[in-house]
Design a protein around this ligand. Structure first.
Ligand SMILES: C[S@@+](CC[C@H](N)C(=O)[O-])C[C@H]1O[C@@H](n2cnc3c(N)ncnc32)[C@H](O)[C@@H]1O
Length: 293
């Protein structure tokens, strides 16, 4: 089911509106802040990787969609050192970090490279053995609508595998959404702080992937993460869920501080710190879909 035409990968400028106003603003990302919790964030990717079967091609051709700072992309090269691996992302900041730290030849004669792309419009330009995405598709409206095209570009026996957070009803996100919608912040954020949720339930992903003729394995896991340091949940979301708010408030430091002060108090109540740290439960949804050989 490969398409004959392959549109070029395109990406709007960081901080730009994705379409005509009013519309969502593309958040700016901070790789340093994001990587402060790199161990907890990489764990689900390792759990996903453990379920991915061997790719049909040798060397394998692999795409990592929403590769971020490239540290989990590099884990693909650890497993398949001969593979040609490309990471795609919308964020200039993330791509710069990924390229600086991970691009180049790999130990087994393969390669890692990174490219700008908006996953909302990304179509492969060549067949892949594995298309993978970790903690990125929840930012992409309508992403299940792209599954048919992505799976269609897999070689027979190839795999499409992804992980998305499933914790949007958790206090961390519910309190953030409430705060964004409060009278004080609603007009200030102009609708660009509150983030929409683009994630299906596991059963819906399973239905979608098997409906496309794949052999699919879908599951969910809640990680009971023990975080350390002061206000660690706030520190975590500063790297992810808060990006749209921080982008919308921009250089207005008093507004940023006022927003964070209120949100910090709400999080302290929802996630009290204990003698051994702060427990931050985090549900995640996984899918591994194999195209029949
Ligand atoms: C939470 S980070 C995950 C990064 C990496 N996959 C990891 O597991 O560490 C989400 C990434 O998705 C990217 N992203 C969000 N929307 C995107 C889009 N429409 N197209 C491409 N990348 C996007 C962001 O720029 C960010 O780097």
């Amino acid at each position: 089911m490969q398409s004959d035409t392959a549109p070029a990968h395109t990406a709007p400028a960081p901080g730009a509106r994705t379409s005509g106003a009013p519309g969502p603003t593309v958040p700016t990302w901070d790789p340093g802040q994001y990587l402060r919790h790199a161990d907890h964030r990489a764990r689900p990717f390792l759990d996903l990787l453990a379920r991915i079967p061997e790719p049909p091609g040798r060397p394998a051709r692999i795409a990592d969609l929403g590769c971020g700072p490239g540290n989990v992309t590099a884990l693909l090269a650890d497993r398949w050192p001969e593979a040609r691996i490309s990471g795609f992302d919308l964020s200039r900041e993330m791509l710069e970090r990924a390229t600086a730290e991970h691009a180049g030849p790999t130990a087994g004669g393969g390669s890692l490279d990174f490219h700008p792309a908006d996953l909302a419009h990304w179509i492969p330009e060549e067949p892949y053995d594995l298309i993978v995405s970790n903690a990125a598709l929840q930012w992409v409206p309508g992403h299940p609508g792209s599954f048919a095209a992505w799976i269609g570009w897999l070689r027979p026996g190839g795999t499409f595998a992804f992980q998305v957070p499933g914790n949007f009803a958790a206090p961390s996100h519910a309190l953030l959404a409430e705060l964004c919608e409060s009278p004080r912040w609603r007009s200030r954020l102009g609708g660009h702080g509150a983030r929409s949720v683009h994630q299906l339930d596991p059963a819906a992903y399973l239905d979608r992937l098997t409906g496309l003729g794949c052999t699919a394995d879908v599951w969910e896991t809640t990680y009971h993460q023990l975080l350390h340091g002061p206000d660690p949940v706030l520190d975590w979301v500063k790297g992810t869920a808060l990006r749209p708010v921080l982008t919308a408030l921009g250089d207005d430091r008093p507004a940023v501080e006022a927003f964070l002060d209120t949100y910090r108090e709400l999080l302290r109540e929802a996630y009290p710190s204990g003698p051994r740290g702060t427990v931050f439960p985090f549900r995640r949804i996984f899918a591994v879909a194999r195209r029949d050989a």
